[in-house]
Design a protein around this ligand. Structure first.
Ligand SMILES: *[C@@H]1O[C@H](CO)[C@@H](O)[C@H](O)[C@H]1NC(C)=O
Ligand SMILES: *[C@@H]1O[C@H](CO)[C@@H](O)[C@H](O)[C@H]1NC(C)=O
Ligand SMILES: *[C@@H]1O[C@H](CO)[C@@H](O)[C@H](O)[C@H]1NC(C)=O
Ligand SMILES: *[C@@H]1O[C@H](CO)[C@@H](O)[C@H](O)[C@H]1NC(C)=O
Ligand SMILES: *[C@@H]1O[C@H](CO)[C@@H](O)[C@H](O)[C@H]1NC(C)=O
Ligand SMILES: *[C@@H]1O[C@H](CO)[C@@H](O)[C@H](O)[C@H]1NC(C)=O
Length: 545
């Protein structure tokens, strides 16, 4: 059973916002109950590779292949059906039924087959009255359908968001919250709640005004275990660039790091290793970036025919270990310019991760200073393990990186005991405009992210935000103005900031929120474009909006 308890306090410093608590007073989602899915799911889904061309043979063949080629034992232990598995109509008694041509032995048989092969069984439905493919949706049948799935041996349901409309005086966002919130209540009542993958945020991504998207993101971690937050990854037969599609979903994931914690995972969609439009470096980058995020690793490919090279990177133990790290921290941007993204995070044993992506079209060389990784002690020597080739080097001032176009390198850096202090370090950026908070001599501005040290900030546990480029200066409120001032050792509130899951950065002294435009403090709004920021991983979240 989902844990029942009456407090609104969540683990990891997260709190339900007052607004959310009012709407979901008895609902306990995943972030409060991480035991249902403590680390991100790994497995197979048919959609991006086969779309509606699915059948029993595809799933039994896939399971057989994954059991014998090592993928199951590497951790890919889920087989998930996507849309189009159903018959056109519900049965006379209202139950969903499978298409008997596609699944001649039936789904309970398939579930049992998968179980004997060592896999969990996942399925697809929709919060509207029809699925995206036009099959019966679950609206008004949520409880019946959840129980039907459980009776078939299913333990995971992805609930899509096609055919949901604003109604009953609710806005569209409120209608999604109502329906996904109801799903959570239904799952909550089950003896063995199904893992709940929510597609709701994807229906609000990509709009100019991000408020609704942010608002949906506020409630999905409380309702379920993972959420598809942006567009579908390009399907096998789709027109366009698979790499651009990966970069698009990668980009959206970088905007949402604050939401992820053990038990809830941001889902940037499937790995597509046999997509014909990808180079070897692009596929490996896709996998390395998703692992750095601790994102779901769900492969959509024809697994029996995967190449040796694809099998090798998908089975990379060191990267899977990072993906499945129990802290579930999402790597965040330490630096970004036109071509290079430098990301960092912590791992449960205290190690730091460094991930560098070359988004550009030519080979790039760079030195990443150790301070950019949040390592502040001087005179330390660290051990950096290249997770692609296992090579190990000692580093003390910087890590030298050379990257081919669209390639990604990942280092796992272990810290000697005396050098284990980590301060969350990286960009403070507006997640709507993409602009980076930039320090100059005494003022701050928002500018295009340029890879300069003046855009890298240390966020301390006492709430100060200080630029790496000018030691001894701290971000401070002066009325409605925001300045850099000499750091006040006695800890003035004007130099203290709180960061909420809403993405707002609030000054402790004035209560005003950092606002992009001309940089200033303004009344905190409801997740307006100008007031929602991404901060480095590891920053403690405060309560409420
Ligand atoms: C099952 O689906 C696969 C993948 O779309 C297809 O290649 C195969 O012909 C189908 N088999 C049957 C029996 O329909
Ligand atoms: C089952 O799927 C087949 C395509 O494989 C389709 O022709 C048929 O109409 C479907 N049957 C039902 C009952 O939906
Ligand atoms: C509905 O009928 C199907 C058989 O058509 C049966 O398997 C299922 O258990 C029934 N559902 C309920 C809720 O009685
Ligand atoms: C689905 O819901 C919409 C909006 O309420 C309604 O107009 C439509 O008739 C419904 N369709 C079905 C098949 O129930
Ligand atoms: C953005 O959307 C929200 C929610 O729909 C709305 O309240 C707000 O007024 C919009 N802001 C702008 C600038 O249009
Ligand atoms: C790389 O090349 C593509 C297509 O040739 C182009 O659209 C893109 O802007 C280039 N990227 C950079 C960072 O120069």
């Amino acid at each position: 059973m989902r844990r029942k308890d009456t407090t609104n306090r969540l683990p990891n410093g997260l709190f339900l916002t007052a607004a959310l608590a009012a709407i979901l007073p008895l609902v306990y989602g995943s972030i409060e109950r991480p035991s249902l899915l403590p680390t991100p799911p790994m497995g197979f889904n048919n959609w991006a590779r086969f779309m509606c061309d699915l059948n029993e043979t595809l799933f039994t063949e896939t399971a057989d292949a994954m059991a014998s080629n090592g993928l199951r034992d590497a951790g890919y232990n889920r087989i998930n059906l996507d849309d189009c598995w159903m018959a056109d109509q519900r049965a006379d008694n209202g139950s969903l039924q499978w298409n008997t041509t596609k699944f001649p032995h039936g789904l309970p048989w398939l579930g049992n087959y998968l179980k004997t092969k060592g896999f969990y069984f996942g399925i697809y439905e929709d919060a509207g009255n029809l699925t995206c493919g036009g099959y019966p949706g679950s609206y008004h049948h949520e409880e019946l359908d959840a129980n039907t799935f459980a009776s078939w041996g299913v333990d995971y349901v992805k609930v899509d968001g096609c055919n949901v409309y604003a109604m009953h005086g609710r806005t569209l966002e409120e209608e999604y919250k109502h329906r996904y919130g109801h799903w959570n209540v239904v799952l909550d009542r089950m003896e063995h709640p199904l893992i709940f993958s929510e597609s709701a945020p994807a229906y609000f991504a990509g709009t100019e005004n991000r408020t609704d998207w942010y608002t949906v993101m506020d409630w999905v971690p409380v309702c379920g275990e993972l959420a598809r937050h942006s567009t579908d990854i390009l399907v096998y037969s789709g027109a366009g660039s698979a790499w651009d599609s990966i970069m698009n979903n990668y980009h959206y994931n970088t905007l949402l790091a604050r939401y992820q914690a053990p038990g809830y995972f941001n889902d940037p969609d499937f790995l597509i290793p046999d997509h014909p439009g990808l180079t070897a470096d692009e596929k490996r980058s896709h996998f390395a970036l998703w692992a750095s995020f601790s994102a779901p690793l769900i492969i959509s490919a024809y697994i029996p025919a995967l190449s040796k090279d694809d099998m090798a990177y998908l089975s990379n133990k060191a990267l899977i270990t990072v993906d499945q790290d129990e802290l579930a921290q999402q790597a965040t941007l330490a630096s970004r310019d036109d071509t290079l993204d430098i990301l960092t995070r912590s791992l449960a044993n205290g190690d730091r991760l460094l991930t560098v992506l070359n988004r550009g079209n030519t080979t790039v060389k760079t030195d990443v200073p150790i301070e950019w990784l949040g390592l502040t002690r001087t005179g330390c020597t660290y051990t950096a393990d290249d997770l692609w080739d296992g090579s190990v080097q000692k580093v003390s001032s910087h890590i030298a990186v050379q990257l081919a176009t669209h390639a990604t390198v990942v280092y796992r850096i272990s810290l000697p005991k005396a050098c284990s202090a980590v301060v969350p370090t990286g960009l403070v950026f507006n997640t709507a405009s993409g602009h980076c908070l930039t320090a100059s001599s005494s003022s701050v501005t928002f500018q295009s992210c340029s890879g300069q040290t003046s855009q890298i900030w240390q966020v301390t546990s006492s709430g100060t935000i200080c630029p790496l480029s000018s030691t001894g200066q701290c971000l401070a409120a002066d009325g409605d103005a925001v300045k850099l001032q000499a750091c006040d050792k006695s800890g003035s509130d004007a130099q203290k900031w709180t960061y909420a899951v809403t993405g707002n950065l609030k000054n402790v002294n004035t209560g005003g929120c950092l606002t992009e435009g001309p940089v200033q403090l303004k009344t905190c709004g409801d997740e307006r474009n100008s007031q929602v920021f991404g901060l480095p991983s590891g920053v403690q979240l405060s309560s409420g909006a």
